[in-house]
Write a protein that binds this ligand. Structure first.
Ligand SMILES: [Zn+2]
Length: 503
C-alpha cells in the first residue's frame, strides 16, 4: 500500500465497555452476554419518561484511570451532554455522552512502528458515554421484523478518539493492540472484540504528498489543493481486521483517484468473509446531533485527591514491564513482548520466576520460566485449544518439574508429556512427576536388560550398525525409549548401546 504520490491519514475511534458491576446511569447489571433478552432493564435504561439518571462513580474512575495511563489532561469538572439521534436502539431519543468537555484530552501513547522505531500516536480525547440497545433483524415468510434487547442499553462505554496522526494500517493495528493491552492490564475492560466489548472505527483519507498540513489536530490544504474526503469503516470484528480494512480502503481510494474519479465522503462496512469494505451510505454533511447539556445530572467535581487516589490503581504497563524483563533478566525482546502481551501471563511468569529463583540465579530462572511458558505451555494450549488463561497449571508443581528436568532427572520430552497429560486429564502434576521418577528408578535398574532385549529383537539394525551405518543407533535408542515409556535418559541409552555393540 506504500504509494509515492499519497500520504495516508487515519484517525481511529475506539469504544470500550467498562468492567463495572452496574450500568452507567442505573443499578441494572452490566453482564448481558447470553442473558435472556430484556431481563436486565429498568425505567432509566429503557428511557421511560421521568426516570432520572445517576452517574456510576466507578465508571468515571475507570475513564480517568485510562486518561492517566495514556498521558491525558484530566478535566476538573465532569459535564454530561445529550447527543440526539433517532434509532430504535436508543429509546430516549438521545444518548448521554460528552461534547465539548471530555473527561480526558490531549494524551498520547507510543507504539513500535513496522521499522522497529518508536512512533507516538496522539489521543484527541477520551470521554464517557452509555451504550445503546441491541437490535436484530429477522424474517418469517414475507414478514420482516426487528427485535430489540435492552440489556445492553446503558452499559458504560468509553470512547477513545485518536488524533489523525496514524499514517499506516500497521500503525493503526499496533495502536489498537496497545489500547487493548492497557485497558486489560488496568482492569478497565476485558475488551473482547468478539463479544463487542471493544469496537474500532477507523476514518481514512489519502492526500497528495506536500499538499496538506496538520495544524491543531486538523488536516488543512496547502494553497489551492482540494482535500480528498474521508471514509469511515464500521463493523470491524478483530484487530487484524482493522489493518486489513484500512489496507483495502487505501487501495480502493488510490485506484478510484487514479482512474479519474472523485471520492465522496462515506460510511462503509467491513465484510470479513469477502475481505472487502462495502459502501453503506454517503455523508454529504456533518451529522447534527443537536448536543445540549444534560439537565438531569449535576456537574461532578474532580479534585487532585481524587486523581491521586485513582492513580494508585496504575500498575506497571506492558511497555515498562517488557523493558524491565529485557534489562533485568536479559530476555530477548521477542520473549519479553510475548510474556507481557497479557497481564495474566506476565503474572504467571513472575510467580514461576519467584519459585525458581530459590534454586537458580534470577537470570537463569527467568530464562527457564520464559522458555517453559512460551514453549511447552503455549504449544499445549494451542494443541488442546484451551485458552492460555484457562490452562491453570499450579506454579509449585511446574517449578518442581522444571527443576527435575534441569537436574537431568527426566528428559525434556518426558517433562513436556507429563505437563500435557496433567492438563489433558486434569491430574495433579506432582503425582505424575512422582510416578515418573519411580518408573525411572526401576528402569535404570533394568536398563541393561532392556538394552539386551532391544539388541536381540533388532538383528537387522544391529548388523547395519556393525557394518558402519552409524545412523541406525538413533533407531535403536528409540526402541529403548519406547520400552521405558520415555523415562530413560536417551544419551545414557545411546552410550550403553554403543558400548554393548562395540564390545
Ligand atoms: Zn437500568
Amino acid at each position: 500500500m506504500e504509494n509515492s504520490k499519497y500520504d495516508v491519514i487515519i484517525g481511529l475511534e475506539i469504544h470500550i465497555q467498562s468492567n463495572t458491576q452496574s450500568k452507567m446511569f442505573c443499578a441494572c447489571p452490566t453482564h448481558y452476554f447470553e442473558k435472556e433478552p430484556n431481563t436486565q432493564v429498568c425505567p432509566v435504561c429503557l428511557g421511560l419518561p421521568g426516570a432520572l439518571p445517576i452517574p456510576n462513580k466507578r465508571a468515571i474512575e475507570l475513564c480517568i484511570l485510562l486518561g492517566i495511563a495514556t498521558n491525558c489532561d484530566i478535566e476538573k469538572e465532569i459535564h454530561f451532554d445529550r447527543k440526539h439521534y433517532f434509532y430504535p436502539d436508543l429509546p430516549k431519543g438521545y444518548q448521554i455522552s460528552q461534547y465539548k468537555r471530555p473527561i480526558c484530552s490531549d494524551g498520547h501513547i507510543d507504539i513500535k512502528d513496522i521499522d522497529g522505531n518508536k512512533y507516538e500516536i496522539g489521543i484527541e480525547r477520551i470521554h464517557q458515554e452509555e451504550d445503546v440497545a441491541k437490535s436484530t433483524h429477522h424474517s418469517e415468510g414475507n414478514t420482516e421484523y426487528a427485535l430489540i434487547d435492552y440489556n445492553k442499553s446503558g452499559v458504560p462505554l468509553i470512547e477513545i478518539v485518536s488524533k489523525p496522526n496514524i499514517r499506516s494500517a500497521y500503525q493503526a493495528k499496533e495502536y489498537a493492540n496497545k489500547i487493548r493491552q492497557i485497558v486489560r492490564y488496568l482492569n478497565i475492560s476485558d475488551a473482547d472484540m468478539e463479544k463487542g466489548q471493544m469496537r474500532c472505527e477507523p476514518n481514512i483519507s489519502i492526500q497528495e504528498k506536500g499538499k496538506w498540513e496538520l495544524k491543531d489536530g486538523k488536516i488543512l490544504p496547502i494553497g489551492d489543493y482540494k482535500l480528498n474526503p474521508k471514509s469511515e469503516v464500521k463493523n470491524i470484528g478483530s484487530i487484524s481486521a482493522v489493518e486489513k480494512a484500512i489496507e483495502y480502503e487505501v487501495e480502493r481510494m488510490i485506484s478510484e483517484l487514479e482512474s479519474g474519479k472523485t471520492l465522496i465522503q462515506q460510511t462503509r462496512g467491513w465484510d470479513a468473509n469477502k475481505g472487502k469494505t462495502i459502501f453503506q451510505r454517503s455523508k454529504e454533511t456533518a451529522d447534527d446531533y443537536r448536543y445540549m447539556p444534560e439537565p438531569d445530572i449535576f456537574v461532578i467535581e474532580i479534585g487532585s485527591d481524587d486523581i491521586e487516589r485513582i492513580s494508585c490503581e496504575l500498575v506497571e504497563l506492558p511497555e515498562e514491564k517488557k523493558n524491565r524483563y529485557i534489562q533485568d533478566y536479559s530476555l530477548s525482546e521477542y520473549d519479553s513482548s510475548v510474556l507481557t502481551a497479557d497481564r495474566d501471563i506476565s503474572k504467571y511468569f513472575e510467580k514461576l520466576l519467584l519459585t525458581l529463583s530459590s534454586s537458580f540465579d534470577s537470570q537463569k530462572a527467568a530464562k527457564m520460566a520464559s522458555n517453559w511458558i512460551t514453549g511447552a505451555v503455549f504449544s499445549i494450549s494451542n494443541d488442546l485449544k484451551i485458552d492460555i488463561n484457562d490452562i491453570n497449571i499450579p506454579i509449585e508443581p511446574l517449578s518442581s518439574l522444571i527443576q527435575h528436568f534441569d537436574k537431568e532427572g527426566i528428559t525434556r520430552n518426558k517433562a513436556e508429556s507429563l505437563l500435557r497429560e496433567s492438563i489433558e486429564s486434569k491430574t495433579d502434576l506432582n503425582q505424575l512427576l512422582e510416578r515418573a521418577l519411580k518408573e525411572k528408578e526401576t528402569n535404570s535398574q533394568n536398563i541393561d536388560t532392556i538394552i539386551e532385549e532391544v539388541i536381540k529383537e533388532n538383528e537387522k539394525a544391529v548388523s547395519d550398525f556393525k557394518s558402519g551405518k552409524q545412523a541406525t543407533i538413533g533407531y535403536l535408542v528409540g526402541q529403548v525409549m519406547q520400552k521405558t515409556k520415555g523415562s530413560a535418559d536417551p544419551n545414557k541409552a545411546r552410550l550403553l548401546l554403543i558400548e554393548k555393540l562395540n564390545g
